[in-house]
Design a protein around this ligand. Structure first.
Ligand code: HSE
Length: 438
């Protein structure tokens, strides 16, 4: 049988990695897919940069590749939500399957793209969009399909995990760790999407849709990054037996779905807490399977290409299948998506880490614990530093760190407002959320 023909849009890290892996493993891939998979055209802004794509027609005209009738699959590797959206929708309109690593595009425009693909009877495959080389989309969509998924919690941004590991290992602040990460190429020159949690939020938004059978709704996600995280909180969390990780969390509750990305205290005895450096890991809890964990490289040329090529094989195998016999894009049949609400952050339930600086006088702790008790918030752990151990404090002041049991976030916020109003409390309260994992 003739090889299936692929048009590659973009020849950066992921595009060139895909070309390399496909070429190196072509014989095995052909035996798996049932026919060869061949990149026949590459579109790139600067064709000179794609010289490694030997023997392939290279152009700077992206639309020409998308419109080429000989191309069966368009592989979108350019990123962003502008031109990439136009090209993906155009490829679909031309009846081509799409493979993409573009998390931002699917988190923001997924509903439009999947509907266009459904109407046209083509596939949009996106394993590489979440956690790079870890086959988490496959696991959620197919391997765990028997389950009612209860929760997902993932370290799904390698840049921030590397920075957090450096902050903890070396006791350095965020700015110093970021600078080091940039010098070593772990963080981009403009690291905003990574450090502010946007990249992780895109990925968990996609996972939430597949896990719970809801539309992709990035606009409802709560997004907090690590740029305001203080070194002292990493230290105090460590003293209490926790590591701080940037987690993307999607959780089913009776009231709705929690969809949130923020720094999170994870008990250090959990495997997830021990995922260090630029590695990724995702915990999925299902009612039948229990807790499962997926670990691997979340970025890089060949790990990401591993996911892209897996999608190319899937599409090649299912190319001739009736569209209704294929695995639905979001795991659930498109007419069976639910309208379960995504909860505003004030309505989520969590335990909290609270740090505050107080005047070291009689009764201050009693005042704080009374406020928490009035709100029905129970204390799980408490750490009070001796005044002389506190960094940058005035004489006679100390830090109190509390860990609470679970409560609704707006209840915690109300207690914090009352605590901050006490005359003996001399700082704002730093609030971090605890992982809800077992
Ligand atoms: N920038 C991402 C990370 C990889 O640091 O994990 C691509 O999503």
């Amino acid at each position: 049988m003739e090889p299936i023909k692929v048009g590659l849009l973009g020849f950066g890290t992921v595009g060139s990695g895909t070309f390399t892996v496909l070429k190196r493993n072509q014989e095995e891939i052909k035996r798996r897919a049932g026919r060869g998979i061949e990149i026949t055209r590459v579109a790139v802004r600067t064709p000179a940069r794609a010289q490694a794509a030997e023997g392939v027609a290279i152009t700077d005209d992206f639309r020409a590749v998308v419109d080429d009738p000989s191309i069966d699959i368009v592989c979108e590797m350019i990123g962003g939500t502008g031109f990439a959206r136009e090209l993906v929708l155009r490829a679909i309109a031309n009846g081509k399957h799409v493979v993409t690593a573009n998390k931002a595009l699917l988190a923001v425009h997924g509903t439009e793209i999947f509907e266009a693909a459904r109407a046209k009877g083509v596939m949009v495959a996106f394993e590489a969009a979440v956690a790079g080389g870890i086959p988490i989309i496959k696991a959620l969509r197919e391997g765990l399909t028997a389950n009612r998924i209860e929760a997902i919690a993932g370290i799904i941004n390698g840049t921030t995990n590397y920075i957090l590991s450096e902050m903890r290992d070396r006791g350095i602040d965020f700015a110093t760790a970021l600078k080091g990460a940039q010098e070593l190429g772990y963080a981009e020159a403009d690291p905003t999407f990574d450090i502010e949690g946007v990249d992780a939020a895109h990925k968990v938004t996609i996972m939430s849709a597949i896990a719970f059978g809801v539309p992709v709704q990035f606009d409802r996600a709560h997004v907090e990054g690590i740029s305001k995280l203080a070194a002292i909180d990493i230290r105090y969390a460590g003293e209490l037996g926790y590591r701080i990780k940037l987690l993307g969390i999607a959780r089913r509750t009776e009231k709705g779905i929690e969809l949130r990305t923020h720094p999170t205290l994870v008990p250090e005895k959990l495997l997830l807490a021990n995922v260090e450096g630029a590695m990724n890991a995702v915990v999925v809890q299902g009612d039948a399977v229990g807790t499962t964990l997926y670990y691997g490289k979340g970025a890089g040329a060949e790990p990401t290409a591993s996911a892209v090529v897996a999608d190319l094989v899937d599409v090649t195998r299912l190319h001739t299948a009736d569209p209704e016999h294929r695995v639905p894009h979001l795991a659930f049949q498109p007419d069976s998506l639910s309208n379960t609400p995504i909860l505003p952050i004030e309505d989520i339930t969590s335990g909290y880490y609270l740090r505050l600086r107080v005047a070291d006088v009689t009764g201050v702790l009693a005042d704080i614990t009374r406020i928490l008790a009035h709100k029905g918030i129970s204390i799980d752990a408490l750490l009070q530093k001796e005044s002389e151990q506190v960094d940058g404090g005035n004489k006679g002041e100390t830090d109190i760190i509390l860990i609470t049991h679970e409560t609704v976030e707006k209840n915690a916020n109300a207690a914090i407002a009352e605590i901050e109003a006490l005359s003996t409390v001399v700082s704002k309260v730093t609030k971090l959320r605890m992982a809800v994992l077992h």
